[in-house]
Ligand binder design. Structure first.
Ligand SMILES: NC(=O)c1ccc[n+]([C@@H]2O[C@H](COP(=O)([O-])OP(=O)(O)OC[C@H]3O[C@@H](n4cnc5c(N)ncnc54)[C@H](O)[C@@H]3O)[C@@H](O)[C@H]2O)c1
Length: 432
């Protein structure tokens, strides 16, 4: 099938590369000329495991190409995916300006029946708005489909290639059939393709992200109660997770969720519920708990040191989660700013996100060459992201490098008893 993907970010590039890998002809579009030039030279502008190889192979085999011109891609495609950003607007709603702008450009370029698929995360009613925009601009027949994306950064290719389910909002049977055909190679293991109305499809994505965010905030509150009463959240989590009605995913307490999706999607769902006069009470608490949780480690540092003025703090991990260079809404941003505002010096290391971090913090922090390099004369280490390489470090070497062997572990990656045996003062989340 001939496909266009507009927006070549974390989602669009993965979607384009994976469809090409299954034999489709895909043209990816982005308005960011530098990004497209890099991709045309075989360079991947983001870090996502396995993506570089996939893009390179499909490009060299002629199934994947890149352009900055929407019209060029639309004219040769039967199916056009919109995968541009829907960032948080000032009032918390999803900002749809890029989606609607792209819809207009697609409509102007269409030269026959086209299926326009919205893959960006958008509030209920957006398919209708996209349809209206296109109708105003063209007389060609078209269908609008909602096809929310559930991939996780860090495992995006695996998630897209082997989805738990594919959700398709299609009110037009012709478009529904085409979408089923397109996705059938990805669902051979039995994952369902769920076809429904567009409003329900649009809501699926928000409901899933809100539920996951709620699990994280719920478990963070349980961890905070553990801190208060001297219980161990690891035991509590394992017992809760073994209940088949609950299951183990997304029950790890920590420093709060971040990323490009949960914070903005929780806000957007709250916002469009409120617009319909519905007060989504649980979600308000999910968000408030998360904001408070981001400051939890800072409170522990304050309690330990009294004052952080003049202290040198090493930070391991800046990205919002491992295996990505993405720092959008990362809890590390709150913690680093908190440390700086208290007069501490910050020496940070992240395996992939340092380039991103430089844009955020500039020269206000020091960027270390390695995890050990960050520890030089540090009064404490703060762990913000559970990258694999932080899990089994050389603890003796760490102690030699640090001024004081104090660790604040925001991801609970070490055993408290072992750390004490090794001579560290060790603080984590919800564990005595
Ligand atoms: N990142 C994720 O893990 C994830 C997962 C599922 C769904 N989503 C949703 O997918 C959408 C895209 O997210 P992302 O993380 O890929 O965003 P991103 O910011 O990484 O990429 C968006 C891209 O769209 C491009 N763009 C914007 N306007 C354009 C235009 N008019 N023409 C051409 N290109 C344009 C930008 O230059 C950018 O490269 C969002 O709605 C997001 O909520 C993201």
């Amino acid at each position: 099938m001939k496909i266009a993907v507009i927006g070549t970010g974390y989602v669009g590039l993965v979607v384009g590369a994976c469809f090409a890998e299954n034999g489709n002809d895909v043209m990816c579009v982005d308005k960011d000329g530098a990004k497209i030039r890099a991709l045309q030279r075989g360079r991947i502008p983001i870090f996502e495991p396995g993506l570089e190889e996939l893009v390179r192979r499909n490009r060299s085999e002629g199934r994947l190409s890149f352009t900055t011109t929407v019209a060029r891609a639309v004219r040769v495609s039967q199916v056009v995916f919109i995968a541009v950003g829907t960032p948080m607007g000032e009032d918390g709603s999803a900002d749809l300006q890029h989606v609607l702008e792209v819809a207009r450009e697609i409509a102007r370029a269409m030269n026959g029946y086209t299926v326009i698929v919205n893959k960006s995360t958008v509030p209920v009613g957006t398919a209708e708005r996209v349809r209206a925009v296109i109708r105003r601009e063209t007389t060609h027949p078209f269908s609008v489909v909602s096809n929310p994306e559930f991939l996780k950064q860090g495992a995006a290719i695996e998630d897209f290639m082997k989805p738990d389910r594919v959700v398709i909002g299609a009110e037009d049977p012709r478009a529904g059939t085409l979408m089923r055909e397109l996705y059938s190679p990805f669902t051979r293991t039995g994952a369902p393709i769920m076809v429904m109305d567009c409003a329900s499809a649009e809501l699926c994505k928000y409901a899933a992200n809100a539920m996951l965010a709620a699990r994280v905030s719920f478990m963070n509150e349980i961890a905070n109660v553990c801190d208060a009463v001297g219980a161990d959240v690891d035991h509590v989590r394992q017992a809760v997770a073994s209940d088949r009605r609950i299951g183990p995913s997304f029950l790890f307490p920590g420093v709060g969720y971040g990323g490009s999706c949960f914070p903005k999607d929780v806000k957007a769902l709250l916002r469009f519920s409120r617009e319909q006069k519905y007060d989504f009470q649980i979600l308000k608490a999910v968000e408030a708990v998360n904001e408070a949780q981001k400051a939890r480690l800072l409170a522990k540092l304050d309690a330990h040191f009294g004052s952080l003025k003049g202290k040198t703090i090493a930070v391991w991990g800046l990205s919002f989660k491992p295996k990505t260079d993405d720092m959008r809404e990362a809890p590390a941003i709150t913690v680093v700013h908190g440390l700086l505002s208290r007069g501490a010096r910050v020496q940070a290391f992240d395996p992939e996100a340092q380039k991103t971090a430089r844009v955020i913090f500039g020269t206000r922090i020091t960027y270390a060459r390695s995890s050990y390099d960050a520890l030089g004369s540090a009064d404490a280490l703060v762990i913000m992201t559970e990258w694999n390489e932080f899990r089994r470090p050389d603890f003796a070497r760490m102690k030699r490098l640090m001024r004081q062997p104090v660790v604040f572990d925001g991801r609970n990656i070490y055993e408290p008893a072992n750390m004490r045996e090794r001579g560290f003062t060790y603080h984590s989340i919800g564990r005595p």
